[in-house]
Design a protein around this ligand. Structure first.
Ligand code: KIV
Length: 276
């Protein structure tokens, strides 16, 4: 497989080839996903929940994101690594947005950044793209706006909201974004938006009409049974697999069944006898 770039995304859309995106937050998972052909690894600020145990993404810092992006990048050979800009890392000024986006490229080796929002962040996206950093947009349910939305709710259901979403998607394309995540948007609206753009849409809870899909890796692998959103398909039951493995390990340590002879290292009896 050859290296995926932001340009590959546009080519894929032209050729009607779907794009696969998964979140990744650490080296070993990134390596597995990359080796198994995922096009793009998103170091999402969802790591606030999956890795750090927060209730939402708002407390995630630039340093948290840089730390995890560096680890992901070390595991990747071919996938495009996109780093999510955390809350307040791009809202304050155009200059601040470029400095923080630049940190992801210079310090962490990311290939692109993602940031949430439409008109409100237009000048920030333009400034980042002017600095030659590819930007992935994000519309619909943008989790950093959870307090403005009054919860994690499907977006774009009214005519006014739907028109705004279409306008903002076109604006993001015009100013140079190479792709747009559409999160929790009605299926027919996401399809319409996708048909009107020449850059790909990457859906999460937005249906099959998008040009690609993204899921949080822990959701796909069934690692969190407490809450499974409607749009998630669970492809494995890792919480049961991990649970059984850990229980078996604890049992075998307690009974002495682990470690066995084959797990140990040797020393000459002559040396050991001198130590008694
Ligand atoms: O942070 C994240 O994981 C995301 C995806 C769900 C799109 O933004």
């Amino acid at each position: 497989m050859s290296k995926v770039t932001a340009m590959t995304f546009i080519e894929r859309k032209k050729n009607h080839e779907k794009i696969t995106v998964l979140t990744a937050y650490d080296y070993s998972m990134a390596k597995l996903l990359d080796e198994n052909g995922v096009d793009c690894l998103l170091v999402g600020d969802s790591l606030g929940m999956t890795m750090l145990g927060y209730e939402d993404t708002l407390a995630v810092t630039m340093d948290d994101m840089i730390h995890h992006t560096k680890a992901v990048k070390r595991g990747v050979k071919n996938a495009l690594v996109v780093a999510d800009m955390p809350f307040l890392s791009y809202h304050i000024s155009d200059e601040g947005a470029v400095i923080n986006a630049g940190r992801f490229i210079k310090e962490a080796g990311a290939h692109a950044v993602k940031l949430e929002g439409g008109y409100q962040v237009k000048s920030k996206i333009e400034a980042i793209i002017a600095a030659q950093i590819p930007v992935m947009g994000h519309l619909g349910l943008t989790p950093q706006s959870v307090n403005m939305f009054g919860g994690f709710k499907v977006q774009g259901k009214t005519e006014q909201q739907a028109r705004k979403l279409i306008d903002e998607a076109k604006m993001l394309e015009e100013i140079g974004c190479f792709a747009i995540v559409l999160e929790c948007v009605p299926e027919k609206l996401a399809r319409l938006v996708s048909e009107q753009l020449s850059i790909p849409t990457i859906g999460i809870g937005a249906g099959a009409g998008c040009d690609g899909q993204v899921l949080v890796i822990q959701d796909l692998l069934g690692m969190n049974k407490d809450f499974v959103p409607k749009f998630v398909k669970t492809y494995a039951d890792l919480s049961s697999v991990i649970g059984s493995a850990v229980k078996a390990y604890c049992e075998e340590v307690k009974t002495g069944a682990f470690p066995e002879e084959k797990h140990t290292f040797k020393i000459d009896d002559e040396i050991i006898n001198k130590l008694y």
